[in-house]
Write a protein that binds this ligand. Structure first.
Ligand code: MN
Length: 232
């Protein structure tokens, strides 16, 4: 091991149901506009040619149950409830069968978003980083191994704010299936264990404030929660 000048924070890990060891997170890819009703509420068309992506830094990830301050630089901080999948084997130019076999497990995730900055960046044709790669802005619940859950079919995906339902959809509304996403994305990256992919959010996104508690779930997976506190 090469000596380093200083220490970086440890690689974040996600608990796995039924395992004592955690799943270390190397990269986080996110799919944009993967539910038609959400694309419509954002005022944009779904691109049916191919999926598109943005990334979020693992360093900005927190686990379910976290209490985090309302972030700087936004007046419109939004929740997005998503199905996350975790890669368990190397994948490059994958076939659908290879893609399916490489999915280690699934979990609930929140893709927290500075919506005002995302929209401003979009209008200026700039990248979305300030809107999307927010400190403490990716929340993960415990993973469930593929063998213990199966995969997305018609399960319910939902989110509450202070116990009031805000998002309520089913996973058969996904435009790009998990196999299609992995076949496409593995044409650009050598996917590997440690890669998480957030598969997009259904309709019903909206703002939260300091003091709010977000809860989310997908049938058969461990639920997720996040509490916002006053800004730092
Ligand atoms: Mn999202």
């Amino acid at each position: 091991m090469t000596e380093t000048l200083f220490k970086l924070p440890e690689i974040p890990t996600v608990p796995v149901q039924g395992e004592t060891a955690g799943y270390p997170v190397g990269r986080i890819f996110c799919v944009g506009r993967n539910y038609a009703a959400h694309a419509a509420e954002m005022g944009v068309e779904v691109d049916r040619e191919s999926p598109f992506y943005f990334t979020k830094s693992p360093a900005n990830m927190v686990l379910t149950g976290a209490q985090v301050p309302y972030p700087q630089g936004t007046e419109n901080f939004h929740y997005e409830m998503e199905l996350a999948l975790a890669i368990g084997a190397p994948l490059f130019n994958a076939s659908p069968e290879q893609a399916r076999a490489a999915i280690y497990g699934y979990g609930c995730a929140l893709d927290m978003t500075r919506r005002d900055l995302q929209i401003r960046e979009r209008q200026k044709q700039r990248p979305w980083d300030l809107g999307k790669d927010v400190e403490n802005g990716t929340v993960l619940g415990p993973l469930t191994r593929t063998a213990d859950w199966g995969g997305p079919t018609g399960q319910r995906i939902f989110l509450t704010v202070n116990s009031e339902t805000r998002q309520d959809a089913t996973l058969d509304e996904l435009i790009w299936s998990v196999e299609e996403i992995l076949c496409h994305l593995s044409g650009y990256y050598h996917l590997r264990p440690g890669d998480l992919i957030l598969t997009g959010t259904p309709a019903g996104v909206g703002p939260v404030l300091g003091g709010d508690t977000i809860g989310g779930g997908i049938d058969g997976l461990a639920p997720i929660s996040l509490t916002l506190t006053a800004p730092d």
